[in-house]
Design a protein around this ligand. Structure first.
Ligand code: HEC
Length: 148
């Protein structure tokens, strides 16, 4: 194999790996089926008490991409919130697509809060019960920005 050909081949393989590792290879589903249970009424109807200021969102952003334990949300929900994170491929049901406006506008803050805290049994959605209330509301504020 000539050097140039070998170089092109390597370039192609690298590109494929990069594509595979990013969000853009799977089709986006919107709206999706939701398998979550509904939060109790008093929580379901709550509006984010922290509001949606840039400061609150910035704290949510940090948790979403880097610090939330056991696993940052982006691994499944994707770096752009479109449900195409690295771990989403083999997952059924799929993670929520936060960039799907028609679906997200009908899910109240309190419902998002409830599922983040308690998870969705039988799915990949883990309970984040080590986060305090403020941190969960920061996440709610941040995931809303994907469908703005
Ligand atoms: C291991 C993969 C995974 C991780 C990590 C993950 N989720 Fe999820 N998430 C899911 C799946 C799968 C669903 C869909 C569950 C369903 O439909 O029952 C979901 C659903 C949700 C929902 C949907 C609520 C609703 O009523 O529709 C919210 C909100 C959510 N996740 C927020 C988060 C946040 C915030 C984080 C990080 C703190 C996070 N998730 C981390 C897999 C994940």
């Amino acid at each position: 194999m000539s050097l140039i050909r070998r170089f092109c081949y390597l370039l192609l393989v690298t590109c494929l790996f990069v594509l595979w590792g990013t969000d853009i290879t799977l089709a986006e589903v919107c709206p999706q089926g939701r398998y979550v249970s509904q939060a109790p009424d008093n929580i379901y109807n709550q509006i984010n008490p922290l509001g949606n200021t840039p400061d609150v969102q910035a704290k949510g952003e940090k948790l979403y991409h880097w610090t939330a334990k056991p696993l940052p949300c982006a691994n499944c929900h994707g770096i752009s919130g479109n449900a195409k994170g690295m771990m989403a491929r083999s997952m059924t049901p799929k993670p929520r697509n936060f960039s799907c406006k028609v679906m997200m506008k009908d899910i109240p803050d309190g419902q998002l809060f409830w599922i983040i805290r308690n998870g969705s049994a039988g799915t990949g959605m883990l309970p984040y019960n080590k986060l305090n209330d403020d941190q969960i509301w920061q996440l709610v504020a941040y995931i809303r920005h994907f469908s703005k």
